[in-house]
Design a protein around this ligand. Structure first.
Ligand code: NAD
Length: 371
């Protein structure tokens, strides 16, 4: 993907500083990363729980980027963030004034952390303001919305990545390496589940327009990611899916409470998957002819995952997922390298989600994936 010409000139001066990043692992511990002359500025869009509890605090520890602005519907909250994080009150924007980001040279990247159904609108506004975009997962409600985001970023010449923190996490990166190098042969049988018990009242996550769907959108995307990672980022050719019966139909009147689906790949590999708002579960296992790999509970949560293979437990460092992701993405951008979590990957995953919903609504009919 092209880099925005104005930002690119600014970045070029820093490339020598970060050239070493090309040879450190993507999840290199912060201490391994050289400090650039100027950290990239990040503006968070949406100051809900993920921004407040994870991304904001992570941006205090990142080596290559820092928080320099926010977009919020609540000016008082924005002013409090400005004081707390030490950026000017003029760098607090509303959702309706995002175009003004264009004139703020302290913001290089806009990170969209609003409900899923608003990602397209906010990513497109960020791209039109000439800023690189990180979009939280799932990238949007549908693959068609992803196409609109990709087109806007392409037209603006800015980079688009998806907040897939686990691509920058050592245990998941090791699973990707085992798959890529075929240490045990190609993974052919996979099984994954991810969920939590949704409390009341549920909020935007049970609202179809804002969430796009239920746990498939929120938790299932991680399972889709792990399966595709185990298949060296191939997309499945087809899926079949069924909704589980609902235990709390009044809470889940607009979106599913639980869904099970199967992904099938061109080489005959199959993955059995489950996403749920009915119980806490988080695990993944991939089997090949000469061995297996298992991400044990909690495979996808913020806590440190445990990776075990048929050769034993794999010892890898535990990292702060958000720091690793933010510095990893900043490093890719500064070195002008392709991202390991690009917008096209987010679009692939929504094409899979679209097919899963189409199958589940057609009583488990096999649906081909338009990835
Ligand atoms: P949240 O409900 O805590 O925050 C959402 C924010 O969006 C709030 O500040 C809210 O005011 C704002 N907002 C703007 N317009 C809104 C509207 N019309 N309705 C409701 N809220 C509106 O949600 P969250 O948990 O922070 O999730 C935000 C995004 O981050 C989601 O896309 C979610 O999937 C993603 N997320 C990712 C991870 C991860 O590990 N990568 C973890 C949590 C959330």
């Amino acid at each position: 993907m092209k880099t925005h010409p104005v930002s690119r000139r600014r970045f070029l001066g820093q490339i020598t500083t970060v050239a070493a990043l090309a040879v450190v692992p993507r999840w290199g511990r912060a201490a391994d990363l050289p400090v650039p002359a100027r950290k990239l500025g990040v503006a968070l869009v949406g100051l809900g729980s993920y921004s407040r509890d994870r991304l904001g605090p992570a941006l205090r520890h990142t080596q290559l980027c820092r928080l320099t602005g926010v977009v919020t519907g609540d000016p008082a909250k924005g002013a409090a963030w400005a004081r707390e994080y030490g950026f000017p009150a003029t760098s607090v924007y509303g959702y309706d004034t995002m175009a003004r980001l264009a004139t703020n040279p302290e913001v290089d990247i806009v990170y969209v952390v609003t409900p899923n159904g608003l990602h397209a609108e906010h990513c497109i506004a960020a791209a039109r303001a000439g800023k690189h975009v990180i979009c939280e997962k799932p990238m949007a409600n549908t693959a068609a919305e992803c196409d609109a985001i990709i087109a806007a970023c392409h037209a603006a010449g800015v980079r688009l990545t998806v907040g897939y923190r686990l691509h920058y996490e050592p245990h998941h990166a090791e699973l990707a390496r085992l798959a890529r190098e075929q240490t045990f042969g190609p993974f052919m049988r996979m099984k994954g589940a991810n969920g939590f018990r949704m409390g009341l009242p549920g909020g935007w996550r049970v609202n179809k327009k804002l969430a796009g769907g239920g746990p498939l959108m929120d938790m299932g995307v991680y399972v889709i990611q792990a399966v595709c990672m185990a298949k060296v980022e191939a997309a499945p050719v087809a899926v079949t899916a069924k909704f589980d019966p609902s235990y709390r139909p009044s809470l889940f009147s607009e979106v599913e409470e639980s869904v099970r689906w199967t992904m099938e790949f061109a080489d005959g590999a199959k993955a059995e998957c489950h996403a749920t708002y009915a119980e806490g579960v988080s695990r993944f296992r991939a089997e090949a002819d000469r061995g297996w790999a298992s991400l044990d509970e909690p495979a996808f949560y913020y806590e440190d995952p445990v990776l075990t293979t048929s050769r034993g437990k794999v010892n890898l460092p535990n990292v702060n997922h958000q720091v690793a992701q933010l510095d990893g993405m900043a490093a890719e951008l500064l070195a002008n390298q392709p991202s390991i979590a690009p917008g096209e990957m987010g679009r692939r995953d929504l094409a899979i989600v679209d097919a899963i919903y189409a199958s589940a609504h057609a009583a488990g009919k096999r649906v081909e994936v338009q990835a």
